[in-house]
Ligand binder design. Sequence first.
Ligand code: ATP
Ligand SMILES: Cc1cn([C@H]2C[C@H](O)[C@@H](COP(=O)(O)O)O2)c(=O)[nH]c1=O
Length: 198
Amino acid sequence: MDGIRGLFIVVEGPNGVGKSTAVLGLAARLRERGLAVHTTTEPTDSPLGRLVREGEDRWSGRAFALAVAADRTLHLDQEIRPALAAGQIVISDRYAQSSLALQQLDGIPLGELWHYNAHVPAPTLSCYLRDHPAVLERRLRERPRLSRLERLGSPARELALYDDVHRFLEPRGWPQALIDCHDRDPDAVVTQILRELG
Ligand SMILES: Nc1ncnc2c1ncn2[C@@H]1O[C@H](COP(=O)(O)OP(=O)(O)OP(=O)(O)O)[C@@H](O)[C@H]1O
Ligand SMILES: Cc1cn([C@H]2C[C@H](O)[C@@H](COP(=O)(O)O)O2)c(=O)[nH]c1=O
């Protein structure tokens, strides 16, 4: 697959770390500068993406990893590349790193997950949000219901998996930034992301 032309930003990190909040805040700050921004998420808001979301509790292992990878492939073809071609900045809440980290919870080795995703282009910048496990545990405790993967993993395990993925992608040339969210309000998190973007 060809590389990416345009500005494609990915926000990643463990469940509850503040990805969706950061995506909204970043989009707002870029729009204040008069820039055209397209926000998106994985799994996508497409028929396949909705099926994947609904399937998380019933499917696991290879079948789920491949379904998520298929949704990502369509995401690139039908949403990300067209938005970039139209001159928009694309910000995605989750991308391939979520697969490389979270599908390991289902026992799929990182190398195999990479095979399923190796065709996807590197974003312009991938931001990995981090916080202390205790903060994330508190946020998850406040949720009425946890997903299958949230129950299977834990904030500490997810953080460790994202660290592995960060190390794995570094020699593969993916531009990446670690964003420490601890004791930073959402605005300060966005400021840090903007600094990384230069
Ligand atoms: N920087 C921050 N400081 C304090 N609270 C925050 C911060 N960012 C987000 N939150 C709060 O933490 C909770 C989780 O945030 P959010 O939904 O953005 O996380 P997420 O990473 O997208 O979660 P998930 O992956 O589980 O969907 C929300 O209640 C949100 O208001
Ligand atoms: C992209 C992607 C997602 N998932 C899982 C992780 C979460 O349980 C849901 C998404 O929920 P959110 O509240 O919208 O963040 O999907 C996954 O396991 N693998 C992936 O690649």
